[in-house]
Design a binder for this molecule. Structure first.
Ligand SMILES: [Zn+2]
Length: 407
């Protein structure tokens, strides 16, 4: 019947009109790093909701004109301590406490980190991370996407517990909401002795694996080999490991997250705030100055090992939140890391290490719209990483210092 058909058709039109097309955001760019080492020129990134939907040079109208800047995926920092703060007296207060002051200071750390171009961080870790992570995910606070280990497993020799007790500790972190497990298997670069036996390490890493969690192990020297044998996912720091240890990481597919300077430079820069607080006697600062070259040498050594997956982690803590990108400069300037490799280590490679390649780390359709822009070309001048002038996370613009609103 014609009449019926007409009504059906009208209904069709109304329902199509009623279905609002999701709002698109179009970014125009002259230089885009895709996060995997590729560069695309003169194109446009089209975003719907929180996701990139296509790369299309003809898309329009343009909402943000980022031409003349370097556009790339939001950086991922694989190793931060997001709740580590200076206390009300201005002194190092470690991971903070349950006070309002500590919560506010941690929120400020998160905001500074996002504004510096880091749209995802892995905090390793503190129980206080959980609240901050969830508040940011809900949109109550501004900050990067946070993954956290919750409470780390601190190696204390036999006192750490039996393998069964260690397994229970790992399960407890998972129940608390941990995204990964952090394990301290060695002391410091000065005292690199192992703090966990092979058996204890095996239990920790195996339990994490069974729960589907990654295990990140703070390790120096012999602990690097032991952690790799235990089946851990990633080595933090790693200094004093031998070439054979590093080859074992390649063989076992273990990631390496070395540091090239920021963490040490930050202790020296903020000496007045650290000195006299636990772990930071006056004499520690001379030692810190002296060990910086050993970190540079270690990264240079690691770069020579074919197939070793080196990821970006700044170890940002009180004083360096929001300055995470200084670690790029150290890696490139002091260790000879190729600038594009440095960028990729905080983009697609870091996403892979986080097992989040299908969500973040590249500028590609289907991925979260985490997009940043630098005023300058980091391939020519790595200090451009200090000049983050545009930050979008999940399709929301948080900082826009240079872009014109429309063409
Ligand atoms: Zn750390």
């Amino acid at each position: 019947m014609r009449f019926k058909g007409l009504i059906a058709c009208l209904f069709c039109v109304i329902s199509v009109v009623g279905q609002q097309k999701p709002k698109q955001i179009v970014i125009a760019a002259s230089t885009v790093f895709d996060g995997k080492g590729g560069v695309v020129h003169n194109t446009r990134i089209v975003i719907e909701g929180s996701k990139i939907v296509r790369i299309d040079p003809k898309a329009g109208p343009v909402d943000y004109d980022l031409r003349g800047l370097t556009v790339l995926p939001g950086w991922i920092d694989s190793h931060v301590h997001i709740t580590w703060i200076f206390g009300p007296d201005g002194k190092n207060a470690g991971g903070g406490d349950n006070s309002k002051f500590a919560a506010d200071a941690a929120a400020a750390n998160a905001r500074a980190t996002l504004m510096a171009g880091f749209t995802t961080v892995q905090s390793v870790g503190s129980l206080a991370d959980l609240l901050l992570r969830d508040a940011i995910a809900k949109g109550t606070l501004t900050g990067p996407r946070i993954l956290t280990s919750a409470e780390p497993l601190m190696g204390r020799g036999d006192q750490t517990g039996t393998p069964d007790e260690i397994r229970a500790f790992v399960r407890k972190q998972k129940e608390a909401g941990a995204d990964l497990i952090k394990i301290f298997a060695a002391g410091s670069v000065r005292r690199p002795q192992m703090l966990l036996s092979q058996e204890q390490l095996n239990a920790a890493c195996d339990e994490a694996r069974k729960l589907g969690l990654r295990s990140l192990v703070h390790a120096y020297k012999d602990a690097v080999d032991a952690a790799a044998r235990a089946g851990c996912t990633q080595i933090e720091h790693g200094t004093l490991a031998s070439d054979d240890d590093l080859k074992l990481l390649v063989q076992k597919g273990v990631w390496l997250d070395p540091q090239a300077g920021l963490v040490m430079e930050n202790y020296l820069l903020n000496k007045d705030k650290f000195v006299g607080t636990p772990g930071f006697p006056e004499e520690a600062f001379q030692v810190i100055k002296e060990i910086i070259p050993s970190y540079h040498d270690f990264l240079k050594q690691a770069l020579k090992v074919p197939g070793l997956k080196i990821v970006f982690g700044s170890d940002a803590l009180a004083g360096s939140h929001g300055r995470n990108a200084e670690e790029f400069i150290d890696r490139v300037r002091d260790c000879g890391v190729d600038p594009m490799a440095a960028m990729v280590s905080a983009n697609s490679l870091a996403a892979e290490a986080l097992r989040m390649s299908d969500q973040i780390g590249s500028i590609a359709p289907g991925l979260e719209a985490d997009v940043i822009a630098l005023d300058g070309d980091p391939l020519k001048d790595i200090t451009a990483v200090r000049r983050v002038v545009f930050v979008m996370k999940g399709g929301v613009v948080y900082s826009n210092k240079k872009a014109q609103k429309t063409l």
